[in-house]
Design a protein around this ligand. Structure first.
Ligand code: AHR
Length: 501
């Protein structure tokens, strides 16, 4: 099998917003408790944050972390998480059937972000609460002092404002499972009035309104059109979510779902353009894809907790153990975000630690990298700069989702300084290697710096605490540039990062 690619240094799709490498931590299962926060753990610092987890998070350089939910936020009282710990209430979380003693709240989370080299992206409860709680929350976080809420923050020990820029106006408000679920008109009006109030406080905030929970929702994509009719002039981004599964054990069909993601983004870009034209607006609303990942491995196990009445603390919920096949899927998802960098300005892998996450921990024990840690790491490290318009001519296949799915899934990124070019490439073919030939136009003298590759004889292979390096990248040789053409042989079912400079 052969695939030909042409890239030109100046044929750009779009600048890539670094925020597409953001992530998400929810008060859910063991994401916070025994994930990032575990006083008494051998690596914990004076604030109780696990140092081993901070090291793994720092390494992936994720610019923003969304918090505190997710479904959790729709019945969350942010005030429960502030002030002296001994006065904080223990609450029942309706979304995840869990008890939460609120040992971590917004101030601790902001502290953790600083230690982990990232920034907070906060979600507001527009399910059980509304505009008033939202405006108080923003004032508590961002006002320097001299008002009731800002002085309360200062009294709690945080003299400087947190200056949180990104605010999500609720979570998945189209979903009947959401506490305080609303129709598009109900939500659109509430989101617009909340956005207006927050802008009266600070015009420079970036506000994210809820789009659909996924593209199979019965209200999709009318939901986006109605919500944007209400909010177009007062928000910056519309949020989308998508999770991927391979319950059928159909690898080619599974990997084709990255194309479904592409269509989802394209459809919502069209809805945005439609409302923009209707409103005769100059404003460009963009997409915040603030929940995405593979999620299916743990669904059966979770039923016991979610359907019971036990209300455990820090339960093992949504602890998907990722396999090698998921590396290929995550690589394809990230390629899609890079190719759609003109419309997607924020994306959050959901989530970051323990809960459908690239990082796993054991209580009192080690932290380790799941298989999907690696494609996220490399995209975040080398996928910054400008997405190039790579033209790909190669073989395709038909799937249940759609036809003409390319076996070669590729994105090309020119570094910000312009002197480096990186290809992220997945060969989706089950059995055949792919001879890649890429004409490098405008990259005179480019040579291969490194070819990082992930392959494994077993698609179901996973990393565990006992065997954390079972699925890991390696550097391979044989990839060359000859007469301005990159040549490489990509093994079947492989994930590749080819770095040139
Ligand atoms: O990330 C897990 C859950 O998925 C989130 O809480 C929710 O927003 C989505 O349905």
């Amino acid at each position: 099998m052969k695939a030909n690619v042409i890239v030109h240094k100046d044929f750009a799709l779009s600048a890539i917003d670094d925020r597409i490498y953001s992530s998400f931590l929810e008060h859910l299962g063991r994401a916070i408790y025994t994930g990032i926060y575990e006083p008494g753990h051998p690596t914990a610092d004076a604030d109780g944050f696990r140092g081993d987890v901070i090291d793994l998070v720092r390494a992936i350089n994720t610019p923003y972390v969304r918090y505190p939910g997710g479904n959790f936020v729709s019945a969350y009282n942010w005030e429960d998480g502030i002030g002296p710990r001994e006065d904080r209430p223990t609450r029942l979380d309706l979304a995840w059937k869990t008890r939460d003693n609120n040992a971590v709240g917004v101030n601790e989370f902001v502290d953790w972000c600083k230690k982990a080299g990232t920034n907070p992206m906060l979600a507001i409860n527009l399910g059980s609460r509304g505009l008033d709680a939202a405006r108080n929350f923003v004032e508590y976080c961002n006002h320097p002092g001299g008002s009731y809420w800002s002085d309360l923050r200062r009294k709690h020990g945080w003299a400087d404002p947190h200056n949180v820029k990104l605010w999500c106006l609720g979570n998945e408000m189209d979903g009947p499972w959401q506490v305080g679920h609303k129709t598009a008109d109900e939500y659109g009006r509430l989101a617009n009035e909340t956005a207006k109030a927050l802008r009266l406080f600070d015009r420079s905030l970036e506000l994210i309104v809820c789009g659909s929970s996924n593209s199979d929702m019965p209200t999709y994509p009318q939901w986006e059109a109605t919500v944007l009719e209400h909010t177009y002039d007062s928000v910056d981004h519309i949020s989308l979510h998508m999770y991927f599964a391979n319950v059928e054990h159909d690898t080619l069909g599974y990997l084709a779902k990255a194309e479904k993601l592409d269509r989802y983004i394209g459809t919502i870009a069209g809805v945005i353009d439609f409302i923009k034209a209707k409103k005769r607006s100059k404003r460009n609303v963009t997409i915040s894809f603030d929940e995405w990942n593979v999620w299916y491995h743990s669904r059966e196990a979770d039923k016991k907790i979610l359907e019971g009445d036990v209300w455990p603390d820090e339960p093992h919920l949504l602890e998907d153990i990722y396999n090698f096949e998921d590396v290929l899927q995550v690589g394809g998802i990230l390629n899609t975000f890079i190719r759609r960098a003109d419309r997607v300005k924020i994306a959050c892998i959901a989530q970051l630690v323990n809960v459908i996450a690239p990082i796993m921990t054991e209580k009192g024990g080690p932290a380790w990298k799941q298989t999907i840690y690696y494609p996220f790491l490399y995209a975040s490290l080398y996928g910054r700069g400008t997405a190039l318009n790579a033209v790909v001519d190669g073989p395709t296949y038909d799937s249940a989702f759609g036809d003409d799915i390319p076996y070669l899934d590729l994105s090309a990124v020119r570094s910000t300084a312009g002197d480096a070019l990186t290809f992220f490439v997945v060969n989706r073919h089950l059995t055949d290697s792919l001879d890649l030939s890429a004409s490098l136009q405008g990259f005179a003298g480019a040579r291969v710096v490194e070819h990082i590759q992930m392959t494994h004889p077993d698609l179901r292979a996973v990393n565990t605490a006992a065997n954390p390096d079972n699925v890991a990248p390696k550097t391979v040789s044989g990839t060359i540039v000859e007469d301005g053409t990159l040549k490489s042989k990509l093994p079947p079912l492989s994930y590749n990062v080819i770095r040139l400079a």
